[in-house]
Design a protein around this ligand. Structure first.
Ligand code: PLP
Length: 425
């Protein structure tokens, strides 16, 4: 679809565009495989000489239509769906890193991302230097090494709600000839397009606002097509030299701007197989159709809730980038003028104990290990999502022991505040 349409229209009309007599709504291609008339044509598909579907682990039409919609929303050139946000993070990094390589990682990323990169990928020989996203550029330059292959950070960190200075990070990454990968899950492409500010690759846990209804786990990787891998062939041999596992194809030569996603699909998805099920992709597409409406309401409700909490006598602190008092207010205005997200964190004057008691008294907001869906929910990160971290790591990740993470849903604002009011009372 051309760039002439606004995001609201892309969310509804893009992706699946039925031809005469075809289903109006995106069909679920619930099929592992696809039929061809000639063996020669099937051979050409395997050689990547022709595009087409042959096995759902590699590509499936339902997934492709949904990936293309997200690609357009982000302003990228190619995208792929994965089985989860974790798989998206893993593939995005592993596609350009191998044993002996190094990643610069923002300290405030989601706990699962932190674990994946600093523990699991370490066992695969990939090292990580964890940096404070607020450090000045001079300090951040010191984190880079000869073998650094990418920088990874989040637009709005979960749960620290640190707003990334995307331009600063893009400048740093590019000065060291590596791409900036940004997890844009919390902002969504409705509120921020990291490519506009210099990011090269975007990842998503589509499980969150994109699906929006807490129904399906999924992930997505989008490539801006802007990073010129072929300028640094010795840094990115996987993209710039022949792939022996694929008949000697050199991805950058054969696929140009689509090299990165083609490699991730034909190599990583082929070998590791974290495909999103077409059923989940279908549900994700339903969620995407209302994403702009929901994001507007999430942001409105979160702003009102943050203001209410900030004025409450029992509340010790509130962290929401939409508050004027917030450290990241200016950055949020720059990168996300329409609003940030629906997630707020706060602490009570009674500390950790009071937090647990208050959470137990909530009637509307449920305690769940989830965030960013239509229903208001709460979590205590230090006891739940981040429980694998020690106190020092918690502080580095911006997670105070008394922090309550409140994911504000799209119910009526009076009911959300009413629930908090009775629990606080
Ligand atoms: N990135 C962010 C910012 C997240 O919040 C999460 C999950 O909470 C993930 C990635 C991982 O996504 P998933 O749970 O879909 O694997």
């Amino acid at each position: 679809m051309s760039k002439q349409y606004e995001k609201e229209t892309i969310c509804i009309q893009s992706g699946w565009k039925p031809k005469n007599g075809e289903a109006r709504v995106l069909p679920i291609y619930q099929s592992t495989t696809f039929k061809y008339d000639s063996s020669e044509q099937m051979g050409r598909l395997f050689d990547l000489e022709e595009s087409g579907f042959f096995y759902t682990r590699l590509q499936n039409p339902t997934n492709e239509y949904v990936a293309s919609k997200i690609c357009e929303l982000e302003g990228g050139v190619a995208a792929m769906l994965t089985s989860s946000g974790q798989a998206a993070t893993y593939y995005a990094v592993f596609n350009i890193c191998e044993a002996g390589d190094h990643v610069v990682l923002s300290s405030t990323v989601y706990g699962g991302t932190f674990n994946l990169l600093t523990c699991t990928m370490k066992k695969m020989g990939i090292e990580c230097t964890v940096v404070d996203p607020n450090a000045d550029e001079e300090e951040l330059h010191k984190a880079f090494r000869e073998n650094t292959k990418c920088v990874f950070a989040e637009t709005i960190a979960n749960p620290a709600l640190v707003v990334l200075d995307i331009e600063k990070f893009a400048r740093l990454a590019h000065a060291h000839q590596v791409p900036l990968i940004v997890d844009n899950t919390f902002a969504t492409p409705i509120n921020c397009n990291p490519f506009q500010w210099g990011a090269d690759i975007v990842t998503h846990s589509t499980t969150k606002y994109m699906d929006g209804h807490a129904m399906s786990v999924g992930g997505c990787i989008v490539d801006s097509g802007n990073f010129d891998w072929s300028r640094y062939p010795e840094k990115f041999p996987g993209l710039c030299t022949p792939d022996e596992s694929y008949h000697g194809i050199t991805y950058t030569e054969k696929f140009g701007k689509a090299a990165y996603i083609t490699k991730a699909t034909s190599q990583l998805m082929r070998d590791l197989g974290s495909i999103q099920s077409p059923q989940n992709a279908f549900l994700l597409n339903v969620g995407l159709e209302t994403l702009p409406l929901r994001m507007e309401r999430h942001c409105y409700n979160a702003q009102k809730t943050a203001e209410y909490l900030e004025a409450h006598e029992k509340v010790a602190w509130v962290n929401y980038p939409g508050l004027k008092s917030n450290r990241y207010y200016e950055l949020a205005q720059k990168y996300m003028p329409k609003g940030t997200c629906g997630v707020i964190s706060f602490g009570l004057k009674g500390g950790r104990q009071a937090a647990a008691e208050m959470m137990d008294k909530l009637k509307l907001a449920a305690i769940v290990t989830h965030v960013a869906d239509a229903r208001t929910c709460v979590l205590h990160p230090a006891s739940h999502t981040h429980r694998q971290m020690n106190d020092e790591q918690l502080l580095e990740a911006g997670v105070a022991p008394d922090m309550i993470r409140l994911s504000v849903g799209i119910e009526h604002i009076n009911d959300i505040i009413g629930d908090l009011e009775q629990a606080l009372r």
